[in-house]
Design a binder for this molecule. Structure first.
Ligand code: NAD
Ligand code: TYD
Length: 350
């Protein structure tokens, strides 16, 4: 397998490559294409690049540029695609939606066109998407694979558009696609703009913890390694043309989650300035168009492919806190943008 992973220097893509590279049921080669936006950090895979020079390749390229991408497909005889690359943060999409349209919609379209023009060779095109395409739930019910799309933010609208394109390329051209729509992920290497790493780092430093609105919005949290296992299962055994919903079966109000993070850090390191970290929580102005509740019905992949999440939330959050505590260098390089210098030395010096 010559597997193209797009966006492999981001949070889930990097975890996926780390998850896959040494698995006994994967003997292929990974070609990681990433244009290195603020969220892309090849340092996340620097060790893999050293230990697997024959099985892992990083190519700095942009999915918005069809010529660059066509060259990658041909140079590396790509036969399988796992497409993560995206602008991924809702708050950024509200302030500045343009990149979301260009990368998430036009970039996905470019990859589909290139795959369509190499049909015989492409065995699988797996598209990674989000449960946010379904919009917001009330108190009851779950998102299933047949829930109508009703995206609220420019981010989720751009992901919805890309999902429709991927399905259309299956229906119209017979491209062998699969899709997965996943709930909120957490774990190592997540850029500290998303709720969990932001709260962990602020709480560790005794800074205020900004909770939007009344803090009662609900998300269904999934540990990133469980997401990676589901993706690999779908690539190997998922049915062509099908969509699989993925979730952690773990609904939590934001305020409950932030409180849990505070208490776990207190237990690990002691209180901050003699006070419990819960006192750092500050309610701030709500996000515009803030979806109230997401919850996934993952029955299709559970019964069809035997996948279910393995990591309990307390275990996963505790492991994530430990990871950020023991990767202070990574955090400070990401926070100061210093990793840009590392990238320049590594990839641009020659
Ligand atoms: P991320 O923002 O951490 O990483 C995105 C990666 O894509 C970065 O490395 C970035 O440099 C790269 N990228 C962006 N634009 C690019 C372009 N034009 N060309 C090439 N590379 C580009 O995102 P993530 O959290 O790892 O999310 C990965 C995928 O999973 C996205 O498609 C996202 O919609 C989806 N998803 C994320 C979550 C979540 O909770 N994080 C949940 C469900 C689905
Ligand atoms: P986020 O991690 O941005 O993921 P998404 O918007 O894709 O679900 O946010 C998760 C939840 O946390 C969401 O309800 C918004 C909320 N939130 C805060 O309350 N404060 C914050 O500082 C951030 C980043 C998010």
């Amino acid at each position: 397998m010559n597997l193209l992973v797009t966006g492999g220097c981001g949070f889930i893509g990097a975890n996926f490559i780390r998850f896959l590279i040494d698995r006994p049921d994967f003997s292929g080669r990974i070609i990681n294409v990433d244009c290195l936006t603020y969220a892309g950090n090849p340092e996340n895979l620097a060790d893999i690049e050293k230990t697997h020079p024959d099985r892992y390749v990083f190519v700095q390229a942009d999915i918005r540029e069809p010529d660059q991408m066509a060259r990658v497909f041909d140079d590396y005889a790509i036969d399988t695609v796992c497409h993560f690359a995206a602008e991924s943060h809702v708050d950024r999409s509200i302030v500045s939606p343009d990149d979301f349209i260009q990368t998430n919609i036009v970039g996905t379209f470019n990859l589909l066109e290139i795959a369509r023009n190499r049909q015989g060779r492409i065995k699988r095109f797996h598209h990674i998407s989000t449960d946010e395409v379904y919009g917001s739930l009330g108190h009851d019910g779950y998102f299933t694979e047949t829930t109508p799309y009703q995206p609220s933010s420019p981010y989720s609208a751009s992901k919805a558009a890309s999902d429709h394109l991927v399905r259309a390329y299956h229906t119209t051209y017979g491209l062998p696609v699969t899709l997965s729509n996943c709930s909120n992920n957490y774990g190592p290497y997540q850029f500290p703009e998303k709720l969990i790493p932001l709260m962990i780092l602020n709480a560790m430093e005794g800074k205020s913890l900004p909770v939007y609105g009344d803090g009662k919005n609900i998300r269904d949290w999934l540990y990133v390694e469980d997401h990676c296992a589901a993706i690999w299962e779908i690539i190997c055994r998922g049915k062509e043309g099908e969509t699989y919903n993925l979730g952690g079966n773990c609904e939590m109000e934001n305020i409950g989650l932030v409180t849990m993070i505070c208490d776990l850090i207190d237990a690990k390191t002691g209180k901050t300035s003699g006070k419990p970290r819960r006192e750092l929580i500050t309610y701030v102005t709500d996000r515009p168009g803030h979806d109230r509740r997401y919850a996934i019905d993952a029955n299709k992949i559970r019964t069809g492919l035997g996948w279910e999440p393995k990591t309990a939330i307390e275990t996963g959050i505790s492991a994530t806190i430990d990871w950020y505590m023991t990767h202070q260098d990574w955090v400070s390089r990401v926070n100061t943008g210093e990793y840009r210098e590392w990238i320049r030395r590594q990839y641009q010096a020659g």
